[in-house]
Design a protein around this ligand. Structure first.
Ligand code: S3P
Length: 437
């Protein structure tokens, strides 16, 4: 098991880039795999989660070549060309990969089984299985959790599904099954969630109408391969947006970050807290908007985070809780119960870590209340249990900027699931992280 030891009190400055977007990289492999022709993907995230999806697509008969650093070619086999895998598909730590693959496999004329690591084997899968069964898919879970067994269905049909929770994974799983269904598939979201699937389906030539959280897919005869440029992952940039905001000096520019508005809730939340952020140099990477983000240290103030921003910042709360601890006054997060079913229970695990570093916070059923302390040394040193959650490990690394002693973070190997090179990039920005195994 590897740990980080982070020395306190440094500053962050300079210009950095973060690796490619995880959500988009998963989808590029899946849609590229069932398209006709060869899709070239640049900026592909070579993290453990995306490599698990790559391995699964290969096991289903899709040829994927590495053509350069972060560049791959996916040789699509066409919508009807996938072949049964010889073994269970291991999706590693990735809930996204498992739920999206469940949708994709629901439309195949062969049986499949999906498994994962010890964290993934405990995560809820019925949220995707239920709507897929309404579409006629044959899916079994074990008490609602993996393994997920998908058997062929000869009656897959479109549905109109109102999502009970705002989940891009469930929406995407239903849309992927909808590619193979008779009739149109409609998904209605209770709040807008990331729309990478809809944007990418359009790029592959499918007919998708999406507006105001209502998505309608007409099943295509075929998908046409295309070139995709994956932007930097906004969720990986989040650690540095918080680092730049709470640093005692300096300032950072993060180049080439995906700024799809369904992902950038953290920018709005930090702006409400008084952060000094500028989004510049807007451009596009195919269907996705990209920009550079400049951040400078600022005096943050506590806020009640508007609940409509929660799904737009769902992966950024561990980092945001660190910013909240450095803000003047109280920060309250509510309406965020989904945080309890991520790679860890991010409410409980973050609260334990914050308390271990001397922060006064209360756990709420659906969020947290944090009493910030805008002192130079907000955090004491101490030991953090990350519960194997990559985003918790990276968030507490950033806390070192305002700590009075070293922070030891346990069980950090899963940082490689989303952010290969994190230690190198963090140290280049000025943090003082060392990893030991
Ligand atoms: C993701 C959707 C979100 C997010 C996850 C990636 C996706 O999950 O937390 O990291 O790529 O669709 P939910 O749909 O469960 O909110």
């Amino acid at each position: 098991m590897s740990d980080y030891v982070v020395q306190p009190g440094s500053e962050v400055s300079g210009t950095i880039r973060v690796p490619g977007d995880k959500s988009i990289s998963h989808r590029a492999l899946m849609l590229g795999g069932i398209a006709d022709g060869v899709s070239e993907v640049t900026g592909f995230l070579e993290s453990e989660d995306c490599l698990a999806t790559m391995k699964a697509m290969r096991a289903l008969g899709v040829h994927v070549d590495q053509i350069g650093p972060q560049a791959i070619r996916v040789h699509g086999v066409g919508m009807r060309g996938l072949k049964p895998a010889l073994h269970a598909l291991d999706m590693g730590n990735s809930g996204t990969a498992m739920r999206l693959m469940t949708g994709l496999l629901s439309g195949q004329p062969f049986a499949s089984e999906l498994i994962g690591d010890s964290s993934l084997m405990k995560r809820p899968m019925e949220r995707a299985a239920k709507p897929l069964r309404l579409m006629g898919a044959n899916i079994e879970t074990l008490d609602g959790k993996p393994p997920v067994k998908v058997s062929p269905s000869n009656d897959l049909h479109g549905i109109r599904y109102e999502l009970p929770v705002a989940s891009a994974q469930v929406k995407s799983s239903v849309l992927l099954a909808g590619l193979y269904a008779k009739g149109t598939t409609e998904v209605i979201e209770p709040a807008v969630t990331r729309d990478h699937t809809e944007r990418m389906l359009l790029g592959f030539g499918a007919t998708v109408d999406a507006a105001h959280g209502h998505v309608k897919l007409t099943p295509p005869q075929r998908l046409q391969a295309c070139s995709l440029e994956v932007p930097g992952d906004f969720s990986s940039s989040a650690f540095f947006l918080v680092a730049g905001s709470i640093s005692r000096g300096g300032g950072l520019t993060i180049q080439g970050v995906g700024v799809n508005p369904t992902r950038t809730g953290l920018l709005d939340i930090l702006a409400l807290m008084g952060a000094d952020l500028r989004v510049v140099n807007h451009r596009s990477a195919g269907a996705e908007p990209v920009a550079d983000i400049e951040v400078r240290p600022a005096k943050l103030k506590g806020i009640h985070v508007p609940e409509h921003l929660v799904p737009l910042a769902i992966d950024e709360f561990p980092a945001l809780f660190i910013a909240a601890a450095c803000a003047e006054g109280e920060t309250i997060v509510t309406g965020a119960e989904e945080l309890r079913v991520k790679e860890s229970d991010r409410i409980a695990v973050m609260a334990d870590g914050l308390k271990a570093l001397g922060i006064d916070c209360d756990v709420l059923p659906d969020g947290m209340r944090i009493r910030g302390r805008p002192d130079a040394n907000v955090f004491s040193g101490g030991t953090i249990e990350s519960d194997g959650d990559h985003r918790i490990a990276m968030s507490f690394t950033v806390a070192s900027l305002r700590a009075s002693g070293p922070i030891e973070i346990k069980d950090v190997a899963n940082v490689a699931t989303s952010f290969p090179g994190f230690v190198r990039i963090a140290n280049a920005a000025g943090l003082r992280v060392s990893e030991r195994s």
